[in-house]
Design a protein around this ligand. Structure first.
Ligand code: NAD
Length: 249
């Protein structure tokens, strides 16, 4: 498939996991991919992977939670490739904690990266997307659709991403800008490996987060993101696609 020939794409969180798989997938399908990540080296690695597979990529360091960093990165995309047409907001962080032990710093950082970061990138690119028949795909989570234990900040941030997606979809529906989100269940990435249960966690509460399918691979989620970003999904806007092995049925 070559659904994105010469399209200019921004992928945040492109240095790892779902973001890296998404950047590679868009690159394989012909997009020129701006690989944005806080971790500059990781973004460079993904960019190099895309180029060595015959694609076109530009790594750009960016902290999505920082307004000036987002503005600078979007400007760099414009200078390198031209105005962006596809924006995939994948960057995210999370941490399990008992709510009574969670720090305000952790709460603020999770909201800043997952929710404010998605808002900042949408806000910075919407003018270009409107002019260039573009669209946005955000990465929410099952944690944005259902309660999950020891994840108050993460759930709040991803619930926010779900509603941000719907609000933008409706606001721009009459101007042809589609805004969708994928809500993945468990994905085999470094993030999930780094989540450790807080001391004294009730393991039985975690059973509710399991599906018979087990974990999926980042490429599985990238395929859903690529579909939503493609013209094949022209009738989808404000959709939150649960890619979760049936977890939220
Ligand atoms: N892994 C899962 O099970 C799972 C499930 C549902 C949703 N998600 C969501 O998918 C997205 C990607 O997660 P992943 O599992 O691939 O994680 P990951 O940790 O493998 O990758 C996240 C990437 O985001 C980057 N990043 C972190 N903070 C950033 C910032 N401030 N600015 C720019 N980049 C930043 C990291 O450097 C990293 O490269 C996240 O939004 C996550 O919440 C993951």
């Amino acid at each position: 498939m070559n659904r994105f020939t010469d399209k200019i794409a921004i992928v945040t969180g492109a240095g790892s996991g779902i973001g890296a798989a998404t950047a590679r997938r868009l690159g394989e399908e012909g997009a020129r991919v701006a690989c944005l990540d806080l971790d500059a080296e990781a973004a460079e690695k993904t960019g190099a992977d895309i180029e060595s597979a015959g694609g076109t990529a530009q790594p750009i360091p960016c902290d999505v939670s920082n307004e000036a960093s987002v503005a600078a990165a979007v400007e760099a995309v414009g200078e390198t490739f031209g105005p962006p047409q596809l924006v995939c907001n994948v960057a995210g962080i999370g941490k399990f904690a008992h709510t009574t032990e969670a720090t305000v710093d952790d709460w603020n950082r999770i909201l800043a990266v997952n929710l404010t970061g998605t808002f900042l990138m949408c806000r910075a690119t919407i003018p270009s997307l409107l002019e260039n028949n573009g669209n946005i795909v955000n990465v929410a989570s099952t944690a944005g659709l259902m309660g999950q234990p020891y994840s108050a900040a993460y759930c709040a941030s991803k619930g926010g991403v779900v509603m941000l997606t719907k609000a933008l979809a409706l606001e721009y529906i009459d101007r042809g800008l589609r805004v969708n989100a994928v809500a993945p269940g468990g994905v085999d990435t470094p993030m999930i490996g780094s989540f450790t249960y807080p001391e004294g966690a009730n393991q039985k509460l975690m059973y509710a987060l399991m599906t018979p399918f087990g974990l999926q691979q980042p490429e599985d989620v990238a395929a859903v993101i690529a579909f939503l970003a493609s013209d094949e999904a022209w009738y989808l806007t404000g959709s939150i696609v649960a890619a979760d092995g049936g977890l939220t049925i």
